[in-house]
Design a protein around this ligand. Structure first.
Ligand code: HEM
Length: 413
């Protein structure tokens, strides 16, 4: 260590309760790159500036290969192919043969697999799913309204909606959904017995999906498995890769915490809430601003530097770990005027990093947006008196799981 270097701080700076600390928001402009020690003991580069975070998320010199999850390391809706017990990618992922590719790889294997996977995620297919997402949302809100007020938005809507949506997209029979949710929970759990439970759940889920895939070959269907099976006919996409993609969707698309974080932000900004209630056409812009403004965790994926590179005035070495935090970068005035203001009138192209940036940009972004939009829009329409039951600063956040998010959100209406 040279004399000019500062002591390495522990990160996160404080327990996460829905807001990034003021100190971190200041660092976005004053210290976009710094050294911190994360909860698992590793010392990594913390990247919070917008240009720097965009580079880390998109440049091949910051690899996802060897990217490891640390407590709270991924946002909701994030890929977890590299979590739990998924088989380790080969040391040199560039050499990975077709048949064993995963979205968590880098370079050509990722690019090729992603191109095949994306054929199932056309904007038209996702938009066609809108009435189904609306119907599922309505059923869940019916049940909340029948049992309350009060009611818990998290267990009543935020958790079940994406589980049902992703299971339907993969044509998973209703009777198997609880089992799927249990496996997904085990894969994402951060408990002492977590590693073994995650490995077991991953193996069982893979075996289950392989059986489903075999059964699906004889059925017609417009679901994701059907689409990937058609893709397979003219490509080198393997069964194991399709199963991996299905797991990525089941876990990546699993819990959309932006819905609860968004309702919380609207309660904090009553003028915006009133405008949105009066004019639902503001909803798409409100969703983008919610995605930009709210944070669901102080942590993100830890990537690995593949060659020496300078970033934000620091010399990073090959092998160093780097954690770019999209929600912090979303508060940079290089990309957003008055970045700490929750503003429904931002220009249409809201270039937030909440879905990532570059080659790994969220594959399910359109479906994620659709669910946040329908869930929030329907809550506001059907519950005109929607209000929190407890002070917002007392709401419990999760820290026992890889992705944070509100643990409970009691509301009345
Ligand atoms: C509001 C909801 C969502 C948010 C905020 C979100 C966020 C993200 C982020 C930040 C990444 C990039 C991670 C990286 O840089 O490696 C990502 C990737 C991914 N997401 Fe999402 N996501 C959401 C919803 C969904 C949904 C609904 C699905 C599935 C239907 C999904 C599936 C995926 C997949 C498969 C990837 C991996 C893409 C790749 O590595 O090429 N996500 N997501």
């Amino acid at each position: 260590m040279t004399v000019t270097e500062e002591p390495i701080r522990d990160y996160p700076f404080e327990p996460f309760r829905g807001e990034l600390p003021q100190e971190l928001l200041k660092m976005v402009h004053t210290k976009p790159v710094s050294r911190v020690r994360i909860p698992d003991g590793r010392v990594v580069w913390l990247v919070v500036g917008y240009p720097e975070a965009s580079l880390v998320l998109s440049d091949p010199r910051f690899a996802r290969r060897n990217a490891e999850l640390v407590p709270d390391a991924q946002p909701q809706g994030c890929p977890v192919q590299d979590a739990g017990a998924a088989p380790e990618p080969p040391a040199d992922a560039e050499q990975c043969p077709a048949g064993q590719r995963q979205l968590s790889m880098d370079g050509k294997p990722h690019h090729d697999l992603r191109r095949l996977a994306a054929r199932a995620f056309t904007a038209r297919r996702i938009e066609a799913y809108r009435p189904r997402v609306q119907a599922i949302t309505d059923e869940l809100i019916d049940a909340l309204m029948a049992a309350g007020p009060p009611g818990d938005l998290v267990s009543g809507l935020v958790v079940p909606l994406p589980v049902i949506v992703t299971c339907e997209l993969l044509s998973i029979p209703v009777a198997d959904r609880d089992q799927i949710a249990d496996w997904a929970n085990d894969i994402m759990a951060l408990t002492a017995h977590g590693q073994a439970a995650a490995a077991k759940a991953d193996a069982e889920l893979r075996a289950y999906l392989l059986r489903r895939l075999t059964a699906r070959r004889n059925e017609q269907g417009e679901d994701l498995l059907g689409s990937w099976l058609s893709t397979q006919a003219g490509s080198d996409l393997s069964d194991a890769e399709i199963v991996g993609l299905a797991i990525a969707v089941l876990i990546g698309g699993r819990e959309i915490s932006s819905t609860s974080a968004g309702i919380r932000a609207l309660f904090q900004h009553p003028t915006a809430l009133r405008r949105l209630r009066e004019d639902p056409s503001l909803l798409p812009a409100a969703v983008e601003e919610i995605l930009r403004y709210t944070s669901v965790s102080p942590m993100f994926l830890v990537q690995t530097v593949t060659e020496d590179i300078e970033l934000g005035g620091h010399q990073l070495r090959a092998g160093d770990g780097v954690m770019a935090v999209p929600w912090a970068a979303n508060r940079h005035d290089a990309a957003f005027a008055e970045p700490d203001r929750f503003d429904l009138d931002r220009p249409q192209n809201n270039p937030h990093l909440t879905f990532g940036f570059g080659p790994h940009f969220c594959l399910g972004a359109a479906l994620g947006r659709l669910q946040v939009e329908i869930a929030i829009g329907t809550l506001l329409r059907r519950m005109p008196g929607l209000a929190p039951v407890t002070p917002l600063q007392d709401l419990p956040w999760r820290d026992e799981r890889i992705n944070c998010g509100l643990a409970e959100f009691p509301v009345t209406w």
